[in-house]
Design a protein around this ligand. Sequence first.
Ligand SMILES: Nc1nc2c(ncn2[C@@H]2O[C@H](COP(=O)(O)OP(=O)(O)OP(=O)(O)O)[C@@H](O)[C@H]2O)c(=O)[nH]1
Ligand SMILES: [Mg+2]
Length: 613
Amino acid sequence: MATEKSGINSKRVYGDRGDYNNAQVNGDSEKKFSRSNSRDTSPRNTFHSNAEVIRNVEKKHSRSNSRDSGPRPLFNKEKGYRREFTEKLTRLDTEIFGLRSKRVYGDRGDYNEEGYRNKSFTPRKGWKKHNDDEISDRKKLYDKKNSDREEFGQGSGNTRRDGNVYSKFGGRSSPGRVEGRVRNEEGLDNSRKRKFRSSRGDVGSENSSSGGKRSSHRVEAKFRNDDVNDNRLRPREKPTFKRVGTRAEGGKDGFKNKNPSKKSGSTEQVTEKYSDKRQAEAAEVLKMAAKRLSRYNKDKENAAEARDGKPKKKKMGIHPLDISNKRTVDDVSADGDTVEKKVDVQKDVEVSQNAQFRAIQPSPSILKFVEDNFLGRRRMIEFQRAGYNIDLPAPLDNVPFSTSTERERIEESAFRNKLEFFAAAKVSSSFPPVDLPEIAFAGRSNVGKSSLLNALTRQWGVVRTSDKPGLTQTINFFNLGKKLSLVDLPGYGFAYAKEEVKDAWEELVQEYVSTRVGLKRVCLLIDTKWGMKPRDHELIDLMERSETNYQIVLTKTDLVFPVDVARRAMQIENTLKANKSLVQPVMMVSSQTGAGMRCLRTVLSKLSRLPKL
Ligand SMILES: Nc1nc2c(ncn2[C@@H]2O[C@H](COP(=O)(O)OP(=O)(O)OP(=O)(O)O)[C@@H](O)[C@H]2O)c(=O)[nH]1
Ligand SMILES: [Mg+2]
């Protein structure tokens, strides 16, 4: 057993196929192996001792004269080397190593006389076993096809070794598949195939590069190419590779009839298409009906023509998916000029607006104000020290109420008072009675009205703010002690609300600014970045008519360059310089940084109720 074991080991080093001629079974150190067939030289299961490795190297060197080196041949030639060797290995593996050697050496271990293992054939799952009739039919067709193929130097085919024809798709195997199998069968005799080709004389020969070791596919491809490249060899008549049906009754025409687009009047063919006979009949009836209908329509047309005396005009129709005769975009002419021009014009307008804005020269007073309030890092630090939190998040009502100490830092006494909400009105009838001088804050939605109230009084969170336009929907009245009343108006323009609701707000605001008796001033807030919009002008016109004093306040100045703040202020002053109710100057503020807030307070505190003497 030990000898056998060592024998196995050494054999394994050189491969597991057992393709050796004369070798020793015993573990003798002088045993020499030789490989008659050097296909597999890579070592497998390489667990060997050093001695073994040296031995193997020696063996390699002595390969040339190894045939006559062994005292007795390992295997009986008549029985087949591979078979006996494999059986031995199988037994040893099972006994000694407990391996499932069957797996390693093949399931059946059956080898033919030449020493090659038979390929076992297992039909795949779902393949159907065909009956004898089908097989014989197909064989006939294969023969026919093969004869066709051989005319053009291609291979012929076979059936499976077990004599059965299998197909993956059950009922009918495709011609390609059949052909493949046919080729395999004939592939048993590859030499025959080669012989056949060589016999043509003109395509390849034994000494050609396509030697015996090439696979049949490759050889075929090579020959096919040669055929095509060599004009002399190309057959004059066009080769016709007809698809051959496998149905016995269909024959060559079987596939033709199968094509539904082609005309086939017979019920038989329809029956083929529909598995159910009744279905087939119904289909046939429908077909006949359609034919009759089309004939009837034609007759009707002809009759109309005969009656009118002139041929009826055919209606022209455009298929909805046909865009060949259509302009794809409404504004585009056939050559696409219009749109480009329009875009260009729009660009020109924009460019000229920007250029106009940049060309504005702010007045010295505006420039001075901007320099004092918005320029320089030092200025920002000053604001911060003064108590404005530059990093205030939006919405500002998340910030807790400011303390009284913070309020005490405000210079203007009127704004040091506590800001208290006391009324909200949705309609004019619910406006509170006039008690204090009122300052209203109007403007487009999201311009920063509510934020400005908080910033002016340094009481964050008293007035609710939001980054969504349309938060303030009622007129909210806030009292600053007994000095002033600050009124937060709903915004106009874009807001997240229904159109009718927005219209109602606008009407309410218009009514308030034009009729409110105690209203001393309306602060019209304009976003510095965007400037005045048509709605702003509408409100200004209204206030002009009702002689309500108003002052422009530019907001969010921290979002643009100081020079642009100055330009915007100058632009608005120029636009409204003829207006009588406008209160100068244009104020510039930032609720976020606190810039310009002190000036605004100073201006507005002048409106507060004077202390009683
Ligand atoms: N950067 C910056 N953002 C500001 C300034 N003032 C207000 N905002 C932000 O602008 C957004 C709108 O502020 P609101 O005060 O709610 O605006 P509003 O005009 O009352 O809006 P409506 O109530 O919808 O009419 C909020 O997110 C504020 O944080 C400012 O001076 N600078
Ligand atoms: Mg608001």
